[in-house]
Design a protein around this ligand. Structure first.
Ligand SMILES: N[C@@H](CCC(=O)N[C@@H](CS)C(=O)NCC(=O)O)C(=O)O
Length: 236
């Protein structure tokens, strides 16, 4: 069986597991600590990053873009009858999501509102761009879930958790993206693509006392302590 080497709150991993879930591909997951990477992982992973997918033949695949393409190559496509042009357009819109994963991570880690307002600008621009692109259907390309939906899924899922826990809605002002978020959540794939304790792990990291969101953005609270610099990376 395919094996995914994972870190529980990594959005790049979630894109891969969401793709596997959407295509009903069975897989095993092995979680590692990124602050104390096991030797066996460092030996097989050229970059030391997750996700890594180990194929049934034992081949090690890395880089989420390459992994998603591999999954697409060996399984039936989510959307049928897609032309090469449409495939290229879909890749471009998928890239518009994945290049913002780290931006969302750093935005969520902002220690104060001013930092968050500054960091969220790029993410906001990406939501504005996709808002213009979305049609009337439930998903990016209509009523059929496709690769673009899967690429945006980690951003949309995480925005939903942030809103639920802190009251801060990063999709406010983008009604089509908001409706898209709900449609994607309703597929059940976001929940299936993460471990059972995901919401807790995610909140412990991004919605902790050290972050403006964690201190109760919904209450418009001023920072309870002078803003300390917080991480701007992803997952640690
Ligand atoms: N370009 C990589 C990015 C993956 C990535 O940034 N993974 C993070 C976790 S979300 C990681 O493994 N960080 C540990 C490290 O960089 O040492 C991909 O698309 O797979």
């Amino acid at each position: 069986m395919i094996k995914i080497i994972s870190f529980k709150i990594c959005p790049f991993v979630q894109r891969v597991t969401a793709m596997l879930e959407a295509k009903n591909v069975a897989y095993d997951v092995e979680y590692i600590s990124l602050s104390d990477k096991p030797d066996w992982f460092l030996e097989i992973s050229p970059t030391g990053q997750v996700p890594v997918l180990v194929t049934e033949n034992g081949t090690v695949l890395f880089e989420s873009d390459a992994i998603v393409e591999y999954i697409d190559d060996v399984t039936a496509p989510l959307q049928t009858d897609i032309s090469p042009e449409q495939r290229a357009v879909n890749r471009a819109w998928s890239y518009q999501a994945t290049k913002h994963y780290l931006v969302q991570c750093s935005t969520m880690q902002s220690a104060d509102k001013a930092t968050l307002d500054d960091r969220i600008r790029k993410l906001d621009a990406s939501f504005a761009r996709v808002e213009k692109q979305l049609g009337e259907g439930s998903f990016f390309a209509g009523e059929e879930l496709g690769n673009v939906d899967i690429a945006w899924l980690p951003l949309l899922h995480r925005a939903a958790i942030v809103e639920k826990q802190s009251g801060y809605d990063m999709l406010a002002g983008y009604p089509k993206v908001k409706a898209w978020q709900q449609a994607v959540l309703q597929t059940g794939i976001p929940a299936k693509s993460v471990p059972a304790d995901f919401d807790q792990k995610f909140s412990d990291f991004y919605l902790a006392e050290r972050t403006w969101l964690g201190r109760g953005a919904n209450l418009n609270e001023a920072p309870s302590a002078p803003a300390k610099s917080t991480g701007s990376g992803c997952c640690g």
